[in-house]
Design a protein around this ligand. Structure first.
Ligand code: TRP
Ligand code: SF4
Length: 400
């Protein structure tokens, strides 16, 4: 009933690095060409953990947006916006909070994990407990069908599906729903009405998912239905409730752990990252000073790539021939480490160059980014307002 739509967000962490690119952005770039996508800066989410240090949020937000554009997010395909500029997210968060059991939030695994990890902060706050509920509002407000995230976020998506289901269950009740739904069935015309009811029975009594899919496809094609009737018919297929909010699916981003320049997972907080806007000189320096196999003290000592922190990066960036050359050169002391690192430096530079070219106009003229985001916020807001109209009505708040 609702069109396919992708929603995803990132907390503003400032300039992005290769880990962000291979872990998320590359996937976003691919999806934007396939499905309408909304990508946003989750600045309120940043405040849930850094409420006492808000000074960095603004710059981090713009830096991150430039890097999205640099990575190839195309504002003519995807909608880019900032969470706090679409205040409807907060309204939905508030309304959802009314019926969200505390236990659901306390049981989300990231809640206790993050509390322990960020032990230097006082996270015994209302806002932090509500983190996944705010995230649910971010997605449900667009009736998104898919959310591309990494595996750490899967529990959050599961919880938002439960939130949507519970919402529809509690608030999707409508007086005389059954009669209204059956009236709408008649509007399908005799033949399609019969098919609709058969498919509904096949799904509800025999659990046939294909029947559900077929019925949904038929409703999508039925042109003479009002939106409200269509919504009822979709709800009636699965039960006897209107579907006000949509349960989104997870689209798991294959977890690609990009190794940092110390061999650990690349992360800004470990100080081992290569930024998307790293210039050639600094990139060269970072790779050239990377530690190598500790057994290779002198140039004449043979080494073992399996013990070298450079090797995982090499494997990510180099073709088979280069890898063979490096492997052989290393184990026979045929090449030095700087020699070995050179093709890696070149490969990373080749990947970064087009990004840096794309970033340049936005760095020269920041008003370009402001304009893209202003336009994206407008578009997102229109969609959010449509959903909020239905949500307010369902929750008894549409009086004037
Ligand atoms: N919690 C996500 C993260 O830490 C960021 C986020 C906020 C998000 N709202 C979202 C991701 C909505 C997907 C959809 O990565
Ligand atoms: Fe590592 Fe390459 Fe040096 Fe071998 S030659 S230790 S793989 S940098």
């Amino acid at each position: 009933m609702y069109p396919d739509r992708v929603v995803s967000g990132m907390r503003p962490t400032g300039a992005l690095h290769l880990g962000h690119y291979h872990g998320a952005l590359k996937n976003w770039v691919k999806m934007q060409a396939e499905v309408p996508c909304l990508f946003f800066v989750a600045d309120w989410h940043a405040l849930t953990t850094h409420y006492d240090d808000p000074s960095v949020i603004e710059n981090s937000t713009w830096d991150m947006l430039v890097d999205w554009l640099a990575a190839g997010i195309d504002p003519s395909q995807a909608t880019l916006f900032i969470q706090s500029k679409v205040p409807e997210h907060a309204e939905l968060h508030l309304l959802l909070s009314m019926a969200t059991p505390l236990g659901w939030l306390e049981r989300v695994p990231t809640y206790k994990d993050q509390m322990e990890k960020l032990a230097d902060r006082d996270l015994a706050t209302y806002g932090f407990l509500g983190y996944p509920l705010l995230q649910a509002a971010d997605v449900l407000i667009y009736r998104a069908s898919m959310v591309p995230v990494g595996d750490d976020q899967v529990p959050h998506i599961e919880m938002m599906r439960e939130i949507a289901r519970r919402f529809n269950h509690i608030y999707g009740k409508e007086k005389g729903f059954e009669e209204k739904a059956l009236d709408a069935v008649k509007k399908l015309g005799t033949k399609r009405a019969r098919l609709y009811l058969e498919l509904r029975t096949a799904y509800q009594e025999q659990g046939k998912d294909e029947a559900l899919e077929q019925a949904k496809a038929m409703l999508d094609d039925a042109q003479n239905l009002s939106n409200i009737d269509r919504e009822r018919l979709f709800g009636y297929l699965e039960g006897s409730r209107k579907l006000i909010l949509v349960e989104p699916q997870v689209r798991l981003t294959e977890s690609s752990r990009v190794p940092g320049i110390d061999g650990q997972k690349m992360s800004k907080s470990y100080g081992n990252a290569i930024a998307l806007r790293e210039d050639r000189e600094s990139l060269t320096k970072k790779i050239r000073t990377m530690p190598t196999d500790p057994a290779r003290v002198r140039r004449t000592d043979a080494g073992d790539p399996a013990r070298c922190p450079v090797w995982p990066l090499h494997k990510m960036y180099s073709d088979d021939a280069t890898l063979q050359w490096a492997q052989k050169g290393c184990t026979t002391a045929g090449i030095g480490c700087l020699e070995c690192k050179q093709p890696l430096i070149d490969a990373i530079a080749r990947e970064l160059e087009p990004m840096q070219e794309r970033a340049q106009p936005y760095l020269d003229d920041p008003s370009l980014v402001r304009a893209i985001v202003a336009d994206g916020c407008d578009r997102a807001r229109k969609l959010a307002q449509e959903t909020m109209r239905d949500v307010r009505e369902a929750m008894g708040l549409s009086y004037s």
